[in-house]
Design a protein around this ligand. Sequence first.
Ligand SMILES: *Cc1c(COP(=O)(O)O)cnc(C)c1O
Length: 372
Amino acid sequence: MSTALNGAVRFVDLQAQIQSLQPALNQAMQAVLGRGDFILGKDVELFEQEFAAYCGVPHAVGVDSGLSALELALRALRIGPGDEVITQANTFIASAGAVLAVGARPVLVDCDDDGVIRPDAVRAALTPATRAIMPVHLFGRICDIEAIMAIADAAGVPVVEDACQAHGALLNGRRAGSFGIASAFSFYPAKNLGAFGDAGMLLTRSAELADAVRQLRNYGQKTKYQHVSLPLNHRLDTMQAAVLRVKLPHLDGWNARRQYLADAYREHLEGLPIRIAPAGAQGRHVYHLFVIETEQRDRLRDALQAGGIETGIHYPTPLHLQPALNELGYRRGAFPTAERLAAHSLSLPIYPEMSLAQVELVAGGIRAGLPG
Ligand SMILES: *Cc1c(COP(=O)(O)O)cnc(C)c1O
């Protein structure tokens, strides 16, 4: 367990987790070196099976990033130029980036006060060109996915879940990533389940879609040197799969610890003039991030930083105001809630190895840093 050093609290601490699993990680990585099956080796196939079973989805295809999982899902659905994909304005750029990568148009919609995509906004954004809906389980909380699925089913449009922040989150006994036709996961090191580099996974309920993505990730090969679809390389490294296989059995425990720390934050921040999203049903939120809202965001962030407490902002600029999406023609004011959250949100340190004393230190820093 990591402890506070001179009152410092890091935003995330990856070393503590590595140390706790060191012998098993070394053994798994040595085994890969011994076999030398670095590309699409044994651990890739086993991790696909294990992660699919964990999420309750029949098919999994390991890829090299969360962005690749999203992009290949859209390609396999044959979405391209002239098509529209609905996603939210307040998310990481990858959600829209995948849509742009296949030549389609991201149609952005606003979120509610908790940063979750609004089903009514999705319904209003449907057009005859809509070819997919891509909701994001932002910060680790499963969005209003049942309402989104109903809207999508009525419109005959597939749902691709961006589950890159929600590994293991549960709603009515179902995992994030098990609702849509396909879902994307990222194993970027700081995610709830993180590799030692870039890695990702596509899950799908469709055997046909899984086959198409398997082909797309590996130079469009049907059999060796017979290239029948777009020749891209988006394979998951065997070494990363080996690391992830060691970590997966710990995911539920790590998520439970994040939930415990989030409850502690709620308790210690009670009564302060800040907004915290409600906890919601048990297990629905796995707290990839713990985000508060305050009009004093920048002042508070500086005060915490001066006290050795690192924080983050997710995200400081909504997608519609990013230069990379200029051509879509959105203006400031288009998505008022996303813009307000961008200006007022502050992400507090949270990771499974964090101590209760560190939560109290952060909460104390917030109490001291706010006026009144
Ligand atoms: C991390 C993340 C991604 C992309 O994952 P990479 O592995 O970095 O490509 C996509 N969407 C969201 C919401 C993310 O947080």
